[in-house]
Design a protein around this ligand. Sequence first.
Ligand code: IFM
Length: 441
Amino acid sequence: MHLTRADFPEGFLFGAATSSYQIEGHGHGGAGRTHWDDFAATPGNVVRAEDGRIACDHYHRVDEDLDLLAAMNVDVYRFSTSWARILPEGRGTPNPEGLDFYDRLVDGLLERDLKPAVTLYHWELPSVLADLGGWRNPEIANWFADFSEVVMDRLGDRLWSVATINEPWCVGWLSHFVGAHAPGLRDIRATARAMHHILLAHGRAIQAMRAKGIGNLGWVCNLEWADPADDSDAAKAAAARYDAIYNRFFLGGVFKGEYPALVLDGLEPHLPRGWQDDFATITEPVDWCGLNYYTRSLVSESSGSWPAHATGHGDLPVNSIGWEIYPQGLRDFLVRTRDEYTGELPLIVTENGMAANDVMQADGTVDDTDRIAYVAAHLDAVREAIAAGVPVTGYFLWSLMDNYEWSYGYEKRFGAIHIDFDTLKRTPKSSYHALRSAFRR
Ligand code: IFM
């Protein structure tokens, strides 16, 4: 790693990120069933039908994991609270064990001088709320705001930052239109409603938390760079549609109070009545914006109905999932987000990292030089954005440790720490050691 802390502005924050269902072990501690448990139990949805019941068993190994985190010299730990662990029925009486767990986690971070950055929702919707329509039901905005209050009543006095919903494109489009994530729907009306209600729930929760005096509230979008697959007007138009759905819808909703015309072309007939009135809530100001960035796609026109686009890849190197490695996209997104949406608001790279085929060597080491190169190239892209005047204030690695990679099960590894999913042994990889040196104070 050619970079160190000294290459970034004073006060720039380095962090590592995880999420609850992906690491905790959802089978422990009285957590309620989630729609990911249901999705994973349905044949064909997840590799080997794996679920998050045990995951990394972080629930029982939290001290060991926090020690490793602190020794990595990061400033911030971005983690999420499981709605179903805290409210097994989605609403009503909290599970005391669930709240106690996050309480210990936050105290453990503070004892180690780490900043707790919580994300309230990272995809594990309680099944009972999914039964009521989940993100399709407008009531979810109230359920989510209530959940945010329960979390803040217990943890709000000790958090560094709070984000509402992680990666709204995944929660909305990928889960309701593509059907690749829970609840696995392929339905345009469900998609339109879910995408709108995600934003409404975000706004309501921000209002509820602000009313309680909680500060440093943020919004996290995942962005994927979209280039036309060729020079044709059709490919350019398809790429613009893809970009509007993936990247502009959620930023536009929160920061401009409008949806892109290219998305309304397909979704407007399916949005709930009076959707425009909700922008007053959706645009509730936030204190920072998080961007999760991994890759780009080459987009072409496809036959069939709206949105009539197909994605493919060029000849760039790829990660082990097949995602092209394109650091330039991170620099360009940071600049574009500042220019078109957020202005002087602080931007944080809340996730960035690489899936790689990491193999434990006979001597017990894991050499992931490709991941070190990936992170270094993306940190360079962040530096370029900073040099262009973009107020980027932090970079968080995805992920601290190998974990449950959703529909890929445990097959795809993103961690700086290797997990042996049979023994649950933790082994820091070479990227962990490289970052630990780079982040040294
Ligand atoms: O593992 C996911 C995470 O849950 C959300 N952002 C992308 C990561 C890698 O796919």
